[in-house]
Design a protein. Sequence first.
Length: 121
Amino acid sequence: MTEQMAPGLDFEAMRRAIEESDYDALVALYADDAELRTVNKNSTPSSPQVLRGKEEISEMLRDVCGRAMTHHVEDEVIGEGRIAYNEACEYPDGTRVLGATTLELQDGKIVRQTIVEAWDE
């Protein structure tokens, strides 16, 4: 069992929101001025996709939550003001995606998130 050290952020509630594709619960986790950076084969480290602000992030979350796929959070590490975890996803056709995520927290909200993704091809 992981020790809860992220003040104001309930990791188990976040896990449930991710695994259940709960859009409203996920959006509520972000600060208004949050930043989300994604690196994958289409958005390389030198040119990542960057979403700024809760509104841009919520649009991406609406898309992801609306997809027919499963999400499983695993291997979490929770520290003071930071969380890291892996997210294993699978589409109905068997395509898998693995994301490694790090979060920076402030006042119990996500202020910065970095996701590195690998997809089956």
